[in-house]
Design a protein around this ligand. Structure first.
Ligand SMILES: [Zn+2]
Ligand SMILES: [Zn+2]
Length: 155
């Protein structure tokens, strides 16, 4: 790798800033209806890593909230532009994961390839990219959890 990963991240308007102490290696695309609504896009594009790797630099510009269908995921939206900044999910005692919208990571060329599409059954458009696609709540949750747990020691 020619350059070290800077880890710098911002929301689209640049007001909300945070940083990652490790380059993410797990990434997936989520077509659930909540992501579609919050991101105003056909799907979200998210990297997942341990929450301990995330430092929020502007906590006062981020509004954290939970959405009905996902009671556990604490999604942080920028108070200025309303876009997702970073989300946190407790998975077991003392273990929290961070979900980082890939668009917020400034080192775009250091992102991993997406490993999977989840909630593909609620897609607004077909995607022809050869990446595995999983449908429905059960399968999507299981595959996404597997993705995270497989690399857990490396997070
Ligand atoms: Zn989603
Ligand atoms: Zn913003």
């Amino acid at each position: 790798m020619p350059f070290p990963f800077t880890g710098q991240c911002t929301c689209p308007c640049g007001t909300s800033k945070f940083s990652l102490s490790k380059r993410p290696t797990r990434r997936f695309l989520c077509h659930c209806t909540i992501c579609q609504k919050i991101y105003q896009k056909p799907h979200s594009d998210v990297a997942v890593l341990s929450a301990t790797r995330v430092s929020v630099e502007t906590p006062n510009t981020i509004e954290f909230g939970k959405y009905k269908e996902e009671p556990a995921l604490d999604r942080g939206l920028c108070k200025e532009c309303g876009n997702p900044v970073v989300g946190f999910l407790p998975v077991m005692p003392f273990v929290r994961l961070a979900f980082v919208p890939c668009a917020n990571i400034l080192d775009q060329d250091r992102l991993p390839e997406p490993a999977m599409h989840i909630y593909y059954d609620t897609r607004v458009a077909d995607v022809d990219d050869g990446i595995p696609k999983y449908e429905g709540n059960k399968q999507s949750q299981r595959k996404a959890t597997g993705l995270v747990l497989a690399g857990f020691l490396g997070l």
